[in-house]
Design a protein around this ligand. Structure first.
Ligand code: ZN
Length: 226
């Protein structure tokens, strides 16, 4: 690979400090735990896309940001956990896909903010376990009962990597877009100051009304009026 015509700072960004110093290798592995960045045009404008390999789990997480984040001012922030069915397969069983769109739209409107896209499918239980839980829900269980019948936790998500990504982006204070008080507590416990919580409620549909009610009744989520 001949990369000598590329500017040194572009090489450093793409390859990491070690790669820029040595001769660039074709199959240079990503450094675990270290964010790499590029531009990503979207329907809401041109975001900065960041990604890292989780040094503990090996999962690849992403973040999309707009504007300057490291000036000490609170940053509009959304922690979005991957939902393959809702985000990309157009499922109406949950509100993940519409929340993802709503959050990116809110960040674009504000002109500054970040969305972390955390690869913890099905509140951390994985895609195949989520499909097993959906099958139990078809038989009448709610989302909490289904997980318990399978011997799985209600919510297995861990936000340590989210706090690490925010720190690497220079963010210490956030205005958090969430209906989930557990996310506020988790970030505060990890040293990120949540100066404000902003609700993110999207219109429901007949397929996800039960799920949304369970989230507020059994999982402590804030409803639209709280
Ligand atoms: Zn979902």
């Amino acid at each position: 690979m001949n990369a000598r015509h590329l500017p040194a700072n572009a090489l450093a960004k793409a390859l990491g400090p070690a790669g820029a110093e040595s001769t660039p290798a074709v199959h240079l592995p990503p450094t675990p735990g270290q964010l790499v960045s590029c531009k990503l045009p979207t329907r809401w404008g041109e975001f900065d896309l960041h990604g890292l390999v989780d040094a503990v789990t090996g999962a690849e997480h992403a973040a999309m940001s707009l504007g300057r984040l490291d000036d000490g001012e609170p940053v509009l922030t959304r922690l979005h956990s991957e939902c393959l069915t809702g985000d990309t397969l157009y499922s109406l069983k949950c509100d993940c896909g519409t929340q993802l769109e709503g959050a990116l739209q809110a960040i674009a409107q504000a002109g500054r903010g970040v969305l972390l896209y955390l690869r913890q499918e099905g509140r951390g239980i994985g895609l195949v376990n989520k499909i097993r839980a959906y099958a139990l829900q078809q038989a009448g269980a709610d989302t909490v009962e289904a997980n318990r019948l399978l011997g799985l936790p209600d919510d297995a998500r861990d936000y340590a990597v989210a706090a690490d990504m925010l720190a690497q982006l220079g963010i210490k204070k956030v205005r958090l877009l969430t209906n989930n008080p557990a996310k506020v507590d988790a970030l505060q416990g990890l040293g990120i100051e949540v100066v404000e919580r902003l609700s993110l409620h999207m219109p429901s549909n007949p397929h996800n009304q039960g799920y949304l009610q369970t989230k507020s009744r059994r999982m402590g989520h804030y409803g639209p009026d709280e």
